[in-house]
Design a protein around this ligand. Structure first.
Ligand SMILES: [Zn+2]
Length: 404
């Protein structure tokens, strides 16, 4: 007997492909460019600021200038205001990295790092405001720390501010070397170095990556975040990326890392490493966008946890994975529902367990997602859709391709 399933599934099915994660959208909405600009102004000596209870003007953050230690105290104060206990990692008589670790949910020790360097050029008696290089990245790290303090993530996040980048990435090399020596796991590093100058207003910015560890996956995430959250930037990928900033210290140790930077080669800041690297030359909306891009990338890599749900316990009810129509003689639709952003691999297997199609392989945001099950091109028979999601039991649903 042949049963004809007269279901009109040639019409467009209402797929709910939710690329955006509401938690990350909320993080983006929380970015406050006015407070970031205020901090850059304080860090670059445009305005005085209370440091240890005394009003101070930071005229230089060069490693040999007293302002370097002042700025370190300033940054510690800011991080403490956000509720953290910063740790100072000394790597020489003058060199001090500033580190904050925000714990994850306890399921993994693999950390995500967002970083920038707080030291400055030029040296000597000249002023070194270094507003763009790298006051811009430094204050984006502060803003990340402020906003992400109230959001729960699967992975621990480290907010890192390096010293003595300008002498050859000394602070970050020390840190990355220590991490490697301890076999520490790093899921990804996003380094920002000069992210506020766009002289010609073309919104171009560069993402530097290299075939080291999962660096391509991280740069792919940067581009996906730009798309998913409609951040109006013209990103250019540089591969193999330059090694002139702190991300390269992680490449040296075999860790995945990227650099987010203004279009330095074609439209670089002409005041770079001079006493004129001041906030008056910032393209403020451009700065806000690059900060948002970096913060949302780090949040995506760290995987937000939906409040009130236990991470690692995906719902295993039957409706978490659902195919319709089933049985079918044509393509069908598959839906999967996730409570939090997770890495997922969804495949179609034939009766012998062979993969005949990969529906998805990568991060999948929280929410309901629709996929086309390409059964029309398959021989009649029984098939299985198999979904493996990080930290959850795998799920399967059996589907039947009718012989008609
Ligand atoms: Zn720099």
């Amino acid at each position: 007997m042949t049963v004809r399933y007269a279901v009109a599934f040639s019409i467009a099915l209402p797929f709910v492909t939710q690329a955006q994660n509401p938690i990350i959208q909320g993080i983006l909405d929380d970015v406050r460019i006015d407070s970031m600009m205020q901090w850059v102004g304080e860090l670059s000596g445009e305005v005085a600021t209370p440091i240890d209870g005394t009003s101070q003007v930071i005229t230089s953050r060069h490693k040999n200038n007293a302002g370097n230690a002042l700025s370190q105290t300033y940054l510690e104060q800011k991080l403490a205001q956000f509720g953290y206990t910063p740790v100072i990692q000394s790597f020489s008589t003058t060199g001090k990295n500033i580190l904050v670790t925000k714990p994850g949910d306890g399921s993994t020790d693999e950390v995500v790092i967002i970083c920038a360097h707080y030291d400055a050029m030029p040296g000597g008696i000249l002023a070194a405001p270094a507003a763009d290089d790298d006051g811009s990245g430094t204050c984006a790290v502060l803003e990340a720390a402020r906003i992400l303090a109230d959001v729960d993530f699967v992975h621990p996040i480290i907010f890192a501010l390096w010293d003595e980048e300008e002498q050859g990435k000394i602070g970050s090399l020390f840190y990355a070397g220590a991490m490697a020596a301890n076999d520490a796991l790093i899921r990804g590093v996003v380094n920002m170095d000069a992210i506020a100058y766009d002289g010609n207003g073309d919104t171009k910015a560069r993402i530097h990556t290299r075939p080291v560890a999962n660096s391509f996956e991280i740069s792919d995430t940067v581009f996906a975040v730009r798309e998913d959250y409609n951040i109006d930037l013209d990103l250019i990928l540089t591969n193999p990326g330059a090694t002139y900033s702190d991300h390269a210290s992680f490449w040296t140790e075999g860790y995945g890392a990227v650099l987010v930077i203004e279009e330095f080669s074609a439209d670089g800041n002409p005041h770079y490493h001079t006493p004129d690297d001041r906030i008056q030359y910032f393209d403020v909306p451009y700065y806000e966008k690059l900060a948002k891009l970096s913060i949302a990338t780090v949040a995506t890599l760290a995987i937000p946890v939906e409040s009130g749900l236990v991470v690692g316990e995906e719902p295993v009810a039957g409706n978490a994975l659902y195919a319709f129509p089933n049985p079918t003689a044509d393509d069908a639709s598959l839906w999967i529902e996730q409570r939090s952003m997770k890495r997922a691999r969804i495949v179609l297997l034939d009766a012998l367990g062979r993969e005949v199609s990969v529906l998805h392989d990568g991060l999948l945001a929280a929410g309901k997602h629709g996929f086309t099950l390409p059964l029309a091109e398959q021989a009649p028979g029984g098939y299985v859709v198999h979904a493996t999601v990080d930290g959850a039991p795998s799920q399967s649903v059996r589907v039947v391709r009718l012989p008609w």
